[in-house]
Structures are given as C-alpha cells and as structure tokens.
Design a protein around this ligand. Structure first.
Ligand code: CND
Ligand code: ZN
Ligand code: ZN
Length: 403
C-alpha cells in the first residue's frame, strides 16, 4: 500500500486522564517495526471493559491511552519478519496474544499466554515504545491493540487472519464479547445438556453466555439483571426466564434456591461486582455446582467468602476471552457450532485465540453461530461518546462504531 513505511495521520479516541470524557483527536501512527502489523480498523464494538479503562478502574493502565479491543480490520502494512498476515487481508486483533513460545502457549489447556497484560503491561509495544503520538506526546496502547484508532499497530502474536468474505461490521464481536461469553459457557463451565444455568448480567457478554448455554443444551437458563429492558432479548436468545433481584426482599441466591429447589448447576457473573460474584457462587448447588467469573471488578477489589461454599463441593473458575483453548473433541464441536452427534471436521488440538477466532468466524460464515442480535446500535466513529452514553443508560447491548 502507498502508506507503507510512512507515518499515517488518522482519527482516534484518546483518554487523556482517567475519568475524563473521551476526545476524538488526530493521531500519528508510526509504521510497524519488526514482528508488528499496522491495521486499518473498519469496525469496533464498545465493551464495558473500555468503560473501565475510561474511568480508571482497569488494572495497570497508563494514560493518555487509546482504548478499544473488539475490532476487525484490514492489514495496511507489515514489519520485517511477519509471516502470519499480508497487506489487504482481513484480521481480528487479539486482546490475549499467542506468542507460541511461553509455557501457557505450549500448554494445550489454557489461552493465557504469559505475554498477557495481567503478567506484562501492554501499554507499550514489546520494545517498550509507543507507535501513537498526538500533539507531540506519546500515547499509550491498550492491550497492544487499541481498536479505537482508525489505524493501529500490534505485535504479530496478537492478530488473527479471518475469512476474506467475513463482514467486519459483524465479526468484530468475535474480538471480545461473543467469544468471551460463549466460550465461558461452552468451554470454561462445560455446560451439560439438561442442566440449569443462571447468568448474572445480560449485557453483550452475558447474552453471549446465554447463547452458549443454549447451544450446550441447558434446559433451564435463568437471566438476572436489574434492568428489565434486557429481558426480551435474553428470552429471544435462549433464556427460559428472567428475574430482577430488586423485585425480591431476599438475597438473589436464596431466590434461586427457592425456584430451583437445590441451586443451579452453573452460574456466571458477567457484571464485574464483588457482591454479585459471591451471590453467583452461593447460587450453585452443593456438591457439583460450578460458578464462572467473567466480569472485571474495579481496580484493587478484594473478595471475601464463607469457605464452606467451596468446602461443600462447589467449583469456582474464572474465564478470560472464553478460556478458549481445549483438547476435548466434544467442546471443539460445540465451539464450531457443530452438532455433538456429527463427527467433527476439526482436529482436537489445543485452541488458542489465534487459532480459535478464525474458526469461530468460519462457523459464523457457515451460519452455525450468530451473534448479530447482540448489535443494538451502529454509529459513525465520531459518535463514540454517544455509544458510551447508550452503554451507561442501559439502552444498548453492543454499539458498533464504523470508521
Ligand atoms: P454491560 O454493561 O453491557 O452489561 C452488564 C449488565 O449487568 C447490564 O445489563 C446491567 O444492567 C447489569 N447489572 C449491573 N449491575 C447489576 C446488579 N447489581 N445485578 C444484576 N445485574 C446488574 O457489560 P458487558 O456485557 O460489556 O461486560 C460485562 C462484564 O464483563 C464487564 O465487567 C466487562 O468488563 C467484563 C468483560 C470480561 C471479559 C473477560 O475476558 N473475562 C471480556 N470482556 C468484558
Ligand atoms: Zn505465549
Ligand atoms: Zn471486552
């Protein structure tokens, strides 16, 4: 491309300081260095995690920063040594890289590459410099991918090539929300057919858990939210009933025990609050219940529980980006949207984000998976603050911003 090797000026959303509104700025984006890729972002969703970054409640963020982590785009240029993508190809940036070399990448049962932001800050590129400048100041990256910039640079370990025919304005959801929620149900919890599930929080990620529970054959799917407006879509996507904790005098875990008689088989916390995490754990049945924590809590949050909840056989797990790395053939089949009875075409190798996201996109193209209903609003990128207002007011599920 004509821009290769040159600095590109483009629009980006910059958070100059925590808890300040986002401002749209003209930024300069430097060309990719060795093992880096520069991508033209076409579409990006707004996830609650971006709001945590904006507010200053996400772990280890340096400001000023360009957030955004649910994008899809086209490779503009590549640095030396990049072999996994070429200019012109459609890609999804990965919020968890797959370096291919660390002990996690060599372990087929986890997607938590040790280059993840929680181990090693991703506010700068791996060489500890930034590719973004604005008004003469370096601007930090977010999770190495900063999809709230029309052009952005990422390491080649944090990018996945996808089907050339994939609609970028739809499949950007595979970059975070859908893969996170769906994978939490199918892979992390391994929801069994006929089971009872409770999902705390019915935003874009929680509704993706609902889709996953339904695909896994759960017979009772209970949606929980303090915003009743989320219930209609939850039911359309597979929730069998929805409840608002504010309608009851009792704690929600007691309500769930009343309506299920012994608690739920699987619960998911998809809000990001300590109290609902404890309530979700306490809602599981004794002996075999599994609770999966998906929501991201405010910086420094600590959790306190009665150990008897675990002593009596409940399992408590966490899931990042769906924890999608698995060697189990039946899980891979469901992830692919295949029927569990049909032999699976994909080999049961450990799945990491770089490997898994393209396969999920292929399943979308084959109409085996469909997260389109999660998209409630489509806005031009300039209206990003309107997108955040829709999130705050509870009116949106996912707003997609188009450059
Ligand atoms: P979003 O804000 O759209 O949804 C949260 C839902 O929770 C809303 O419908 C709220 O009405 C509801 N809610 C809020 N408070 C309560 C309460 N006390 N009781 C019941 N319901 C309540 O958020 P999202 O779906 O984009 O993200 C959900 C969480 O998941 C958030 O914390 C985000 O940061 C996190 C997340 C995690 C991961 C991961 O990999 N684990 C990836 N992306 C996002
Ligand atoms: Zn790794
Ligand atoms: Zn997210």
């Amino acid at each position: 491309m004509a821009t290769a090797g040159k600095v590109i000026k483009c629009k980006a959303a910059v958070v100059w300081e925590a808890d300040k509104p986002i401002s749209i700025e003209e930024v300069e984006v430097a060309p990719p260095k060795a093992h880096e890729v520069r991508v033209k972002i076409v579409a990006t969703g707004i996830c609650r995690t971006d709001d945590h970054v904006r507010k200053g409640s996400f772990l280890n963020i340096d400001y000023p920063v360009i957030p955004g982590h649910e994008g899809a785009g086209i490779v503009e240029s590549i640095g030396e040594g990049v072999t996994c993508v070429k200019p012109g190809e459609k890609v999804i940036p990965l919020c968890i890289p797959q370096c291919g070399e660390c002990s996690s990448c060599l372990n087929p049962n986890t997607n938590c590459c040790l280059k993840i932001h929680f181990c090693e800050s991703q506010n700068l590129m791996p060489d500890k410099t930034s590719r973004f400048t604005c008004k003469g100041k370096p601007i930090h990256h977010f999770l190495w991918i900063s999809t709230f910039s029309e052009y952005t640079v990422m390491p080649d370990s944090a990018i996945a090539r996808i089907d050339a025919a994939a609609p970028l304005d739809k499949v950007c959801l595979f970059g975070c929300g859908f893969s996170t929620g769906y994978g939490a149900a199918i892979n992390t919890a391994k929801v069994k057919p006929g089971s009872t599930c409770a999902i705390f929080g019915l935003g874009g990620v929680g509704l993706s858990v609902v889709i996953g529970c339904k695909a896994a054959g759960a017979s009772r799917i209970i949606g929980i939210d303090i915003n009743k407006d989320k219930f209609a879509k939850a039911k359309e996507l597979g929730a069998t009933e929805c409840i608002n904790p504010q309608d009851f005098k009792k704690p929600i875990q007691e309500v769930l025990f009343d309506i299920t008689s012994q608690g739920v088989d699987y619960s998911f916390e998809v809000i990001g609050r300590v109290d609902t995490m404890v309530a979700a754990l306490a809602s599981c049945n004794m002996g075999s219940g599994t609770c999966v924590m998906v929501g991201s809590t405010p910086l420094g949050a600590q959790i306190s529980i009665d150990p008897v909840l675990l002593l009596t056989g409940r399992t408590w797990k966490g899931s990042l980006l769906g924890g999608i790395a698995t060697t189990e053939p039946n899980v891979i089949q469901i992830l692919n949207g295949c029927c569990v009875q049909t032999p699976c075409l994909f080999s049961p190798l450990g799945w990491k984000l770089k490997d898994t996201i393209p396969k999920l996109v292929t399943s979308y193209m084959e109409r085996k998976l469909n997260p389109d209903m999660l998209i409630s609003h489509i806005l031009p990128f300039d209206k990003i603050n309107e997108g955040f207002e829709l999130l705050h007011s509870g009116k949106s599920i996912r707003s997609i911003l188009l450059f």
